[in-house]
Design a protein around this ligand. Structure first.
Ligand SMILES: C[S@@+](CC[C@H](N)C(=O)[O-])C[C@H]1O[C@@H](n2cnc3c(N)ncnc32)[C@H](O)[C@@H]1O
Length: 197
């Protein structure tokens, strides 16, 4: 399947999703030459990780609010926000040059559902989110600590992990692990019918 076919097959994909992803891919390649925002240096690698970021739309229920901790150059929060225009996304990224890139993409693609918070998550005012995501920032225990002021018992947490996820599953919260190749998506507080504990 081509990248375009994989995106078209995603459930409820907005009409402009593919063109937004292609524009983002090109902007990231351009900015990477000057600012070294991420390690992804070619289009095929970026497309691989765009799909990896988006895959959870195949199992996530719709939510009104979401926060991504440590979005970096956009993974996964900015990419999920393109696929979920009905969800208000807060992207938390303390590094100025990465937050600047996120702001630039938001303005270029007119992503009205995105707010960029240029700070550490610990500095974000307390508020509750329906969904909290994170990839490649820290381990599950620390993410649970960092996210504590921003969640309640109904908040879902989605962490993008590798095979070591089994060493990090929470002891006292229901979860589900969704595997696709090397990627292991750890979904904590999943919708009731799919939880194991
Ligand atoms: C390895 S990068 C991963 C970026 C992105 N999530 C990805 O997967 O490509 C980790 C990011 O987390 C950010 N970060 C580190 N500590 C943080 C904190 N306390 N709150 C929010 N972001 C943090 C860093 O600035 C960095 O951009």
């Amino acid at each position: 399947m081509t990248f375009a076919q994989k995106i078209a097959a995603l459930p409820d994909a907005p009409a402009q999703l593919l063109s937004h992803l292609e524009r983002y891919r090109d902007l990231l390649l351009q900015w990477n030459k000057v600012h070294n925002l991420s390690g992804y240096k070619d289009a095929a690698t970026i497309e691989y990780y765009l799909y990896d970021a988006l895959y959870p739309v195949t199992f996530l229920p719709p939510v009104a609010t979401a926060m991504d901790i440590g979005t970096g150059a956009g993974f996964p929060g900015l990419i999920l926000a393109m696929a979920q225009p009905q969800t208000r996304w807060t992207l938390v990224e303390p590094l100025q040059k990465r937050a600047g890139f996120l702001q630039f993409v938001k303005a270029t693609l007119n992503l009205e559902n995105v707010t960029v918070a240029n700070c550490r998550v610990e500095a974000l005012p307390d508020q509750r989110f329906d969904l909290i995501t994170s990839r490649a920032v820290t381990d599950t225990g620390m993410l649970l600590n960092l996210s504590a002021p921003y969640r309640d018992a109904a908040t879902m947490l989605l962490f993008y992990k590798g095979e070591n996820v089994y060493n990090e599953v929470p002891e006292d919260l229901p979860y589900r692990i969704i595997e696709t190749g090397e990627r292991h998506y750890l979904l904590i507080n999943p919708p009731k019918e799919t939880a194991c504990s």
